[in-house]
Design a protein around this ligand. Structure first.
Ligand SMILES: Cc1ncc(COP(=O)(O)O)c(C=O)c1O
Length: 287
């Protein structure tokens, strides 16, 4: 079956989908995006993803490309046309197409919208995730507005590649104070010796991950204490467990940091339980 993409008002074959060379996303990374998990053909955590999208656009003063109701139709239609039951939907909005100039284009220039969706072999992904992954640590080198889900991901691309070449899955950024901020495409968590979940507050230095918010709510419902505070690399290495969250990773246990095992070097019980519960919530349509 051929894939379909939504590009500026039209559903087109994926292989032929293209944007103009003067799209400001292409020239300036002047745009934002969202990635939402799809389960049973439904978008998981959709209200939170849309709220974050509007916020990212507002922070960058990019016009909303359409109403929320219209955007929901486009997202569903893209998922439907690609027959995605389990997978992801990707949405990108840029400031539009205009002659290259740093200043914002005229108000008549419409934002450009692209939506794609693809299936994901969740069972295969689960096997990998449940075995746990390794992370390396790298100095934080991104701009301070990482709270905006901008398509400007070059620093993230470079550290993810560095991680891959080091035999790891993710790179954890470490700020000037020695605190872990987040991963190149995930939020970072540890579990203390007494079972408290610790993750950096979303107010500075990280993207407010949607999976992060949902997992924190789920943990609190399970009477697990969640502390939102910065933690150091040393604290993470000495933690009972570590894990990362993202729409594409859900809850993925971390078994080593810079080559040193976390806990007993095997996926932690809390992380695996949260992962299982998250899947349950998503299947029931509650997430
Ligand atoms: C830098 C960064 N942090 C955290 C996340 C996790 O966010 P979410 O749970 O909304 O996928 C992402 C996801 O792309 C990310 O790129």
């Amino acid at each position: 079956m051929s894939r379909i993409a939504y590009v500026n008002g039209r559903y087109v074959p994926h292989a032929e989908a293209s944007v103009h060379i003067e799209d400001r996303g292409y020239q300036f990374a002047d745009g934002v995006y969202e990635v939402c998990e799809v389960m049973g053909g439904r978008l998981i955590d959709e209200p939170r993803h849309l709220a974050r999208l509007w916020r990212s656009l507002d922070e960058l003063r990019i016009r909303h490309p359409m109403s929320e109701a219209a955007l929901k139709v486009v997202l569903r239609e893209t998922v439907r046309r690609n027959r995605v039951r389990e997978g992801i939907v990707y949405l990108q909005v840029t400031r539009g197409v205009a002659r290259r100039d740093h200043y914002f284009p005229a108000a008549t220039v419409a934002p450009a919208v692209v939506v794609t969706s693809r299936s994901f072999d969740r069972a295969k992904n689960d096997v990998g995730a449940e075995a746990g992954v390794k992370v390396i640590t790298v100095p934080e080198n991104r701009w301070p507005r990482v709270d905006i889900k901008s398509v400007g991901l070059l620093p993230n691309v470079l550290v993810k590649q560095q991680a891959k070449e080091a035999g790891a899955k993710e790179a954890w950024y470490v700020d000037a104070d020695g605190h872990v901020t987040e991963g190149g495409s995930t939020n970072a968590w540890i579990v203390s010796a007494d079972g408290v979940l610790i993750t950096r507050p979303a107010e500075s230095g990280i993207l407010r991950g949607i999976t992060r918010s949902t997992v924190a709510d789920m943990a609190r419902d399970l009477q697990i204490r969640v502390e939102e505070r910065p933690f150091t690399v040393a604290e993470a290495k000495a933690a009972k467990e570590a894990f990362m969250t993202a729409a594409t990773a859900i809850v993925t246990p971390i078994v080593a940091i810079d080559g040193a095992p976390v806990g007993d070097g095997r996926p932690g019980k809390v992380a695996l339980e949260l992962r299982r519960r998250y899947h349950e919530f998503a299947h029931r349509g509650e997430a």
